[in-house]
Structures are given as C-alpha cells and as structure tokens.
Design a protein around this ligand. Structure first.
Ligand SMILES: [Zn+2]
Length: 332
C-alpha cells in the first residue's frame, strides 16, 4: 500500500520546469481536424522507481499556481455538475516577459505568452499568423479552466514533416525546455493545427501546475486526458459534441469508446484521448480539483492506470470507470 502523497513536492517543483513530455499525432493527414489523432510518447530521463520513491512522503494538497478560477468541490457529490465548465472571466492576461527558448527556424512573432517559430517547407507564415488568435483564445480558456497560467514564456514551432521525431508524429511538447513543436506539410489546413497547439500548450500548463517530476510520472489517462480536456471547445467543435460528457456518450453509442487502459496509438488514437478527456471531466466534476490534483501527482509512470485511484477516491480505476460510463449515459 502506498504512503500518502507528497504534494509539497508538487508545488515545490513548479519553478523547476524539467518535464519532458512528448505528444505525438500518428495520423499524417490532418487536413481536417477530425483527421488529427494523437499518441503519447514520453521522454524519461531518470529511472521511474527513484522518482516515484522521492515523491512520496507527507500528505499532499496542491493549490493552483496563480488563482483558481473553477470552483473546486472538495467532497464527492452524488449530483455532480453536468460538466466541469470553467467560469468565464474578463481578467486580462498579463504578458510574460523575455523570450521563449530559441529554436530552429525564424521567430516570426511573439504573442503575450509564447514565441512562434517557423521552419521551412511547412505551413505558410500568413497561415500560422492567422490561427494565432484562436490558439491564444484556446490558451486563455485552458488557463481559466486549470486555474494555472504559464509560468514563463514558451516557444511554439511549426516544422516540416521531415523533422518529426518518428513517423506519424504530429506534435511534441518538451516541457522541460518549454518547447512545443508541430509538424505540418505546406498544403495542410492550418485550422487543424489550432487544437493541436492548444493541446501542447496545455501540457506545458500541466508541467507548470504539477511540477516536472509529477508530470513525468503522470498516468497517461490523466496526462493526455487533461491536455485534451483543456483544449476544450477547440477540440470538441469538430467532433460535434457539446461537452466532454456528451462526447463520452457519443463515443459509447458509436461503439468507439476505447478501454480506459487502451493503447493510444493508431487510427483510433483520438477516440482514446477523447474518452480519457471525458473521464477526466467526470472526475473533476464529481470529486473536485483537489482530489484530481492529488491523483495526478500519484502517478507511478506513464502507463495507463498508474495513478493511485484507490488512495485518492477510495475506489479502483475499474469502479470509477463504471461510474463514469453510467454518468455519461444519464443525460439524453
Ligand atoms: Zn498530448
């Protein structure tokens, strides 16, 4: 049985930012958003067992790094909110100073929170510039939903397919270096890159909220599920579902809801990611942020199911999945 988790480490590492996170999209054709799919690859620089042991100690409780915008529900409730919808806010997001990491290619613009790099033989500069307002809006929404802002500037790069780290990879987030890279061919539709960019930025938000070590060991269900959930409307819109709860139900009814521990690679990777996002939506809406933060930080490696669900929720992952599947079917 595991000892209680050490959230102090979760908080203490926020400034270190040493997580390497890969997020790959195996579908080479992403001319439409629906064609983009993801798979997770993780770069782990240290043995997991050492990391895991070093992370365990006293009781944990994480606070949002800047300000919570969603209202946490500390206690489980039998009547959860329909979905973990963020509370709208008109708060201006202050610009982050300095520069993001210097990357290959040309830095074509600085937004308020990240620098944009462009390589050769990829999307045209004007196409990238045209989608930046949507990416920014998606990042705004993700920061509001998570209650955590980017803690320093990042760099978002658009590169040719030949620079992909592996065949079929669409994007990767090397959060240790605050480096987010997307791989697109010149003829592809840049609109399909919006939700991919927001998803990668969301991985950086995860690293900034939970710290490098916790993110490195995060359960893929939560790591990819949260980043997809944070991509929010940009992700959901092409699916035709209005919420993550509805998305889970639609996948179930279409026979596409993947097993919770499924391998996210292949053509059905999007279904796995979206199922995880719906499950994350259920956990947050039902049990609140504090418990979810504990769960995220309880991961023992990137494999699906590595988090200690029983310790945090008093139930096994399988039992929670049964609850979730009932939850998504409750609404017509
Ligand atoms: Zn990802």
């Amino acid at each position: 049985m595991r000892s209680p988790l050490n959230i102090k480490r979760c908080i203490g590492t926020l400034a270190v930012l040493l997580t390497l996170t890969g997020c790959a999209h195996p579908n080479g054709s992403a001319s439409s958003p629906k064609a983009v799919s993801f798979e997770s690859t993780t770069i782990t620089s240290r043995p997991l067992s050492v990391q895991a042991q070093s992370r365990r100690g006293g009781p944990i409780r994480i606070q949002p790094t800047l300000r919570p915008i969603t209202t946490p529900t500390a206690e489980p409730t039998a009547t959860p909110e329909p979905t973990a919808t963020p509370i709208p806010t008109a708060t201006m997001v202050p610009a982050l100073p300095g520069f993001g990491p210097e990357l290959a290619g040309e830095r074509i613009v600085q937004t308020s929170r990240y620098d944009v790099y462009l390589g050769i033989n990829t999307l045209a500069a004007e196409s990238v510039l045209a989608i930046l307002p949507r990416i920014d809006a998606g990042l705004d929404a993700a920061e509001r939903s998570l209650g955590t802002r980017l803690q320093a500037r990042a760099s978002l790069a658009f590169y040719r397919l030949a620079r992909r780290p592996a065949r079929g990879v669409r994007a990767q987030a090397i959060t240790e270096e605050r480096r987010l890279e997307l791989f697109y061919a010149p003829e592809e539709d840049a609109n399909g890159a919006v939700r991919v960019a927001v998803h990668e930025l969301a991985h950086q938000l995860e690293a900034d909220r939970y710290g490098a070590d916790n993110q490195r060991l995060a359960d893929t269900i939560l790591h990819e599920g949260l980043a997809t959930w944070l991509a929010g409307d940009e992700w959901l819109a092409p699916t035709g579902s209005a919420s993550w709860r509805e998305r889970g139900r639609d996948l179930l009814e279409q026979g596409r809801l993947r097993a919770i521990r499924s391998d996210p690679s292949g053509a059905a990777a999007n279904d796995a990611y979206e199922g995880w996002a719906s499950f994350v939506d259920y956990l947050i809406a039902t049990y609140g942020w504090a418990a979810f933060d504990d769960l995220y930080c309880s991961g023992d490696g990137r494999y699906p199911g590595s988090a200690d669900y029983r310790l945090v929720y008093g139930q096994s992952l399988d039992d929670l999945v049964e609850e979730w599947r009932g939850w998504i079917q409750e609404k017509g």
